[in-house]
Design a protein around this ligand. Structure first.
Ligand code: APR
Ligand code: PHB
Length: 390
């Protein structure tokens, strides 16, 4: 088989790239290791920057988001019970974010791919990349016990942190930067009305907590937990009691609890691998970088990578110009590192660090006091939260 672009990975990055290229008449084959049901069963974050909202609409994937998504113009930060509003729209000349689950984005992308008869191959096993440093790379995979080879012009590595693409870049070229945080997030989904109209980020002596939502009757809550914790250590009752402790009094009183329909613990890390390209291989999304979820940047960074990569591929196939492809890594990394900084700073400001006793605790408290007292500090946070320009 031959195609123009092989896309490895059918999460949001790969699906969005496949959709955009298809709309511009560029052929691609997407290889996803898991079944469609498995991919759609993943619970992920749900805050979309305007850049991603615009990309989904432009790719004919925005209809359900516009019907069911919730536009948010701000959020609250509470510090040991004292609640402060960050007015995103006021601080960013009218910008906002869209609350719409990544699961729904992925669902909409799969539906759009199906409607356009996109070439998406699920349960493609043992993907391997060859001749990336030449102008005729190829990809081998197995499906239903048979081996297949695809010759192509380019490979897009959209296969996440545990994928095969990043590892296909020679170790003497790859540079990795990582920070692992000494705690995790215990998250639950409950079919209950959200505790507040907007998100509440809570800094508390017991640890961080976040009140989020998917819709008017589906709430998403997180509490910072120990890396030693197991999901079975946390009954719903224990979770709700601890969450109430970490919320401001008014929110704790109005919190509607109910049975969890999903409960999981995720570790937090900051990770960047450079470069994001090698020969005809281009990495995008979690294949190249991981952010702690505190700033809700994971999906949004994948979107800006796909914006740069799809534009560069369209330029190449329109007029043979490889310039944007050659500077893709440098271009994408500029925005990646700024989002990495923001996610790191939000994580450092809001979480309890056991080793932070004394000076570290006072720095954290001062950081928050400065934020609450300074419009300049709030403007900086707001412009990063709604998304820096592409
Ligand atoms: N071959 C084929 N597919 C693979 C392989 C492989 N060797 N390895 C991984 N995959 C698939 C995974 O099954 C997954 O569906 O690649 C996809 C990668 O998707 P994500 O991990 O969701 O990464 P990405 O599409 O970049 O989206 C980033 O997803 O995980 C969240 O927090 C993250 O919000 C961010 C977003
Ligand atoms: C979520 O709704 O899952 C969510 C929202 C904001 C974050 C992280 C997660 O910063």
């Amino acid at each position: 088989m031959r195609t123009q672009v092989v896309i490895v990975g059918g999460g949001p990055s790969g699906l969005l790239l496949s959709q955009i290229l298809n709309l511009r008449g560029i052929e691609s084959v997407l290889l996803e290791r898991q079944s469609e049901a498995h991919v759609l069963g993943r619970i992920r974050a749900g805050v979309l920057e305007q850049g991603l909202v615009d990309m989904l609409r432009a790719a004919d994937v925005g209809e359900r988001m516009d019907k069911e998504g919730i536009v948010h113009h701000g959020f609250d930060i509470s510090c040991n019970g004292e609640r402060h509003h960050i007015n995103l729209s006021e601080l960013t000349d009218g910008k906002s974010v869209m609350i719409y689950g990544q699961t729904e984005v992925t669902h909409d992308l799969y539906d759009a791919r199906c409607k356009m008869n996109g070439n998406v191959i699920n349960e493609a096993k043992n993907v391997a990349l060859f001749d990336l440093e030449t102008d005729h790379p190829s990809v081998i995979y197995e499906k239903d016990g048979k081996s297949h080879k695809i010759e192509c012009d380019f490979v897009a590595g959209c296969d996440g942190f545990h994928g095969v693409s990043r590892g296909s870049i020679p170790t003497n070229i790859l540079r990795e930067y990582e920070k692992v945080y000494p705690f995790g997030w215990l998250g639950i989904l409950s079919e209950t009305p959200p505790v507040s109209d907007e998100l509440i980020y809570n800094q508390h002596d017991h640890g961080f907590a976040l009140c989020s939502m998917r819709n008017a009757n589906l709430s998403r809550y997180y509490i910072q937990c120990s890396l030693e914790d197991k999901v079975e250590d946390w009954s719903d009752e224990r979770f709700w009691e601890e969450l109430k402790t970490r919320l401001p009094e008014d929110a704790a009183k109005s919190l509607v609890t109910g049975p969890s329909i999903e409960k999981s613990i995720a570790p937090l890390r900051s990770f960047v691998s450079e470069p994001m390209s090698y020969g005809r291989l281009f990495l995008a999304g979690d294949a190249a970088h991981i952010v702690p979820p505190t700033g809700a940047k994971g999906l949004n960074l994948a979107a800006s990578d796909i914006h740069y990569l799809s534009s560069a591929l369209i330029e190449f196939y329109s007029n043979g110009n490889e310039r944007s492809l050659k500077i893709y890594s440098e271009t994408a990394l500029k925005r990646v590192w700024k989002a990495m900084r923001f996610s790191w700073s939000m994580t450092m400001m809001l979480h309890k660090f056991p080793e932070n006793e004394g000076f570290g605790d006072r720095m954290q408290r001062t950081e928050l006091e400065y934020l609450f007292s300074s419009k300049a500090a709030q403007t900086s946070l707001a412009e990063n939260y709604v998304g820096l320009p592409y």
